[in-house]
Ligand binder design. Structure first.
Ligand code: ATP
Length: 284
């Protein structure tokens, strides 16, 4: 049995261009956070997925072969030239809300790739794992890499950036899921030409902190998000993470972040206080 971990993410900045050939070109500043997913793999007679954790929408995680960890395993086997891979059991411990815009599924895929690379003694290096990851989902290469990075192309072409000074990140969850696909479809309806992409985003992204092309689309699908985004919690924020619905606030000041959390909790909101992380996927 082998265990690996991978972090969740927020997007410090998320710019989305027009749909072209079935893909949106994006410019994203990804930031890993301390919330992580843990995946343990072991041999089994058939593909099995067991999921645990206290996170919103856990029931949406598929327990069959459509789970992203099984798709990751099959893609890895294919890449390594294994035609009949050994079926595996995956135990996923989730800390990242499901369908929350924080790449929980992508973190599971990254952890599964790390664990299986070790368990099957494949010896693939980071670049090859990232290639397999990109074939599964645009956010998987970042879930492997972690830290702070600029993502271009579909988000899977990464450039490592200097780590940000540790920020305390307050996440405000919503109990309703938002499907990434639905948000992008609404984005295309609202912005057929896409948003302008900053060709030199890494140079000055802190000035754009929190800007997200998908915000109008997410708000159009879930107008009730506006109340959370407009909250005055005494620290900067009210920003959408990825395609939402998770909204984040951040501060370098731990006490101010804690006070913001107490204020949000007193309003009956579901929150988690975490920190930015410099870690990527790793064996546990
Ligand atoms: P992203 O930010 O990458 O767009 P997300 O964080 O909003 O993604 P996920 O939690 O990755 O969303 O889940 C999106 C959908 O993927 C779920 O609704 C579920 O149907 C499917 N899914 C498949 N495997 C998993 C998994 N291991 N964990 C979570 N969802 C999974």
């Amino acid at each position: 049995m082998t265990t690996a971990l991978a972090q969740g993410k927020i997007n410090l900045v998320f710019q989305v261009g027009a749909l072209s050939n079935g893909y949106h070109e994006v410019r994203s500043i990804y930031q890993a956070i301390e919330l992580s997913e843990q995946v343990t793999v072991s041999e089994a007679e058939s593909w099995q997925v067991v999921v645990s954790g206290q996170v919103p929408n856990l029931e949406l995680v598929p327990r069959d072969e459509s789970n992203i960890v099984v798709r990751a395993a099959k893609a890895l086997a294919l890449h390594a030239g294994i035609s009949n891979p050994q079926p595996m059991r995956f135990e996923i411990q989730k800390q990242i809300p499901v369908a929350g815009g924080m790449a929980g599924g992508s973190a599971d895929a990254a952890a599964a790739l790390m664990a299986l690379n070790e368990h099957w003694c494949l010896g693939l290096d980071a670049a090859r794992l990232a290639t397999v990851g990109a074939s599964i989902g645009a956010d998987v290469p970042f879930a492997l890499l972690g830290g702070t990075a600029l993502g271009t192309g579909t988000g899977s072409e990464l450039q490592v950036l200097t780590p940000v000074q540790t920020m305390h990140v307050l996440l405000v969850f919503s109990n309703f899921p938002l499907s990434t696909k639905d948000v992008f479809t609404r984005f295309d309806e609202l912005s057929p030409d896409g948003d302008a992409l900053d060709q030199d985003l890494q140079a000055g992204y802190l000035k754009l902190l929190g800007s997200n092309s998908l915000e109008p689309a997410a708000l159009s699908l879930r107008p009730e998000l506006k109340k959370i985004m407009d909250l005055d919690l005494g620290i900067p924020g009210g920003f959408l993470s990825g395609s939402g619905p998770t909204v984040w606030f951040a501060s370098h000041d731990a006490q101010a972040a804690e006070a913001a959390q107490n204020q949000a909790n007193a309003m009956g909101l579901q929150t988690v206080l975490t920190k930015t992380s410099n870690l990527g996927a790793r064996l546990g």
